[in-house]
Design a binder for this molecule. Sequence first.
Ligand code: NCD
Length: 306
Amino acid sequence: MMHIISCQQYTRKSLEELFILTDDVKNNPQKYKNALQDNIIAVMFFEPSTRTRMSFQSAILRLGGKIIVTENAGINSSTTKGETLKDTIRILNGYADAIVMRHSADDAAQVAASVSNIPILNAGSGKGEHPTQALLDVYTIREKRGKIDGCKVAILGDLLYGRTIHSLLGLLCLYDNIEVYGLSKNAFALPQKYVNMLKENNIDYKVCHSFDEIPKDIDVLYHTRIQSERFEGDFGKEEYIINKQVLNKFSQHTMVLHPLPRVDEISSDIDNDPRALYFEQAYNGVPIRMSLLLQVLGKDKEIMSK
Ligand code: NCD
């Protein structure tokens, strides 16, 4: 049985399989519209979400599946009564065919998978990982750039607590000739374990102190929100804001990505610039999550070959 827990579970080959399936889902959605007609998916979010939750729900509905939901699960589920996550997952095993879960604990998805006989799809686990986001991020880069090898990526914002960054780096490690540049306030620098992971995969990580230190021909500027819900105290606002003036220093092929929600990292004055791809990126959440559901429920190969 297949869970989607961490980017570490991917190989170049399995990523390419997912992306080929996603191309087919995007180009031929009618082929897949009844794929999950016999399935019920449980969607359980212990943390707030707009894009991940609703794009998963949209994906399930577009595949003809049915949904049972607990929003705000920390309050609305029996967790408030003291039930453990393991017990909640054991119960959902009797009610659904797969579980999409977001939780504040870094190891929540692993814990859930350890007792689950149905697939767990990690929709964000603490400051650790957000694999389905990273998959749609890399899919978007591949779609726009044609390939990932040789990609120069700048990561910005909250490199410390940003789980989307951590998962994205995990996937970039699978490709050749990647360069990664980091630009953040000191308090939100990339944890050493990720710097080491990049190094072990022959990826140069360069810490920058201004936009001027990022190469003009960078392929991706990937900004993120300061994850203020993950720490006490006030570290002030984002210093490095992408606006028209900043973006104009970069080349015509530079893509601006962001997992969203943005707070003030990206000025709306670039929203109409063709390089601002964060809304398209968010739309790719639906076909990627449709493909992941098809894969974990074993419905991918047969339908794709039709
Ligand atoms: C991200 C998350 O939840 O980690 N959002 C998302 O899923 N697109 C990023 C964030 O909340 O800042």
